[in-house]
Design a protein around this ligand. Sequence first.
Ligand SMILES: [Ca+2]
Ligand SMILES: [Ca+2]
Ligand SMILES: [Ca+2]
Length: 281
Amino acid sequence: MRRLSVAMSMVMACAALTLGQGEAQAVIVINYPDFSNVAGLTLNGDAAQVGNVLRVTPAAFGQAGSVFSTTPVTLASNASFSTYFQFRFTDAGGACDGQGCGADGLTFTVQTVGNNVGGAGGGIGYAGISPSVAVEFDSWNNGSVDGFSSNHVGINVNGNIDSEQLSEIIEADLNAGDIWHAWVDYDGVAQVLEARLSRSNIRPSAPSTPPHTIDLASMLGSTNVFAGFTSGTGAAFANHDVLTWVLDNSYHPINPVPVPAAVYLFGAGLVGLAGLARRRG
Ligand SMILES: [Ca+2]
Ligand SMILES: [Ca+2]
Ligand SMILES: [Ca+2]
């Protein structure tokens, strides 16, 4: 009995840690420790569930896919949110752009509908989706719209692939097959969007792109949004997989990131779309 009590205390401490220091009001509304169950998500175009990952596009020519929450996420009144996800690009093939092979990348996108797909290839499954804001992880140099970079992170708006902010990723090639950790945070009071990227699960103190000032609530015209991912391939390709995803509908940067056991507990204790759908199913 005593042993059980100690075990429960440890479990509760673990759950509290997941919330982050002093962030008791954080509410995780999307929580997929993996994608062995994709209930609560709408898969569009060439996106598919493969094993326990979301394959937003497969390693094949000319693909375009997207995955969004099936029901809208209600953000804080000022449209604030924080999200964390892991992704990985594998089996790069087709043409090469002179700075490695594989294309075209992945975006995290927030928009007002959940069942559309943007342009393939350099459109990264995002081109033309408006109104929207996206963070792109772009692995193919499409010339001036990409700042002539073959490996960069950018902040895009309203389906335009010519980024508002763009920074070269120098840590490694996106197409090298590593697991990447990404954080996207929007502080709707300060109206600042930041993106962070690392192969470590420790959230970098500095953002990976210059902070971008944007009035998301006005731009989208609603704080009920669809959040998710888009991807595209063209003459070059790769598997563009999302491995895990957590979204808080307020500004609470997800740090430290959930470890799998704590994520499960967290999802069971609060409302996660996946958990909700499982209970319904
Ligand atoms: Ca590249
Ligand atoms: Ca590109
Ligand atoms: Ca780009």
